[in-house]
Design a protein around this ligand. Sequence first.
Ligand code: FES
Length: 102
Amino acid sequence: MTLIRFIATDGTIREMHGAPGDRLLDLAQADGQPLEGTCEGQMACSTCHVIVAAQDFARLPRASEDEEDMLDFAAGATRTSRLACQIRLERTWDTLTVRIPG
Ligand code: FES
């Protein structure tokens, strides 16, 4: 299991657990985080944009070119931005911390 830590725009931290294979967007929505995920993972909206903590970002599989292109449209995107619909938890991840963009 991976301990997911969501940091809201106001700094509030919420934690939950996810299993290998779980999609980060689904976990975030189940937790009530304000990620719309309008296109349901088709990489056509960027409303699932999250900012990943630097130490966790380093071990994620690289973003595809399509994901990179969509992140160019995301408001407040940073060097460690990802689309939550494209992140599936892996067995070796103990923790994953992501910030919800304001
Ligand atoms: Fe639309 Fe992730 S849900 S890009």
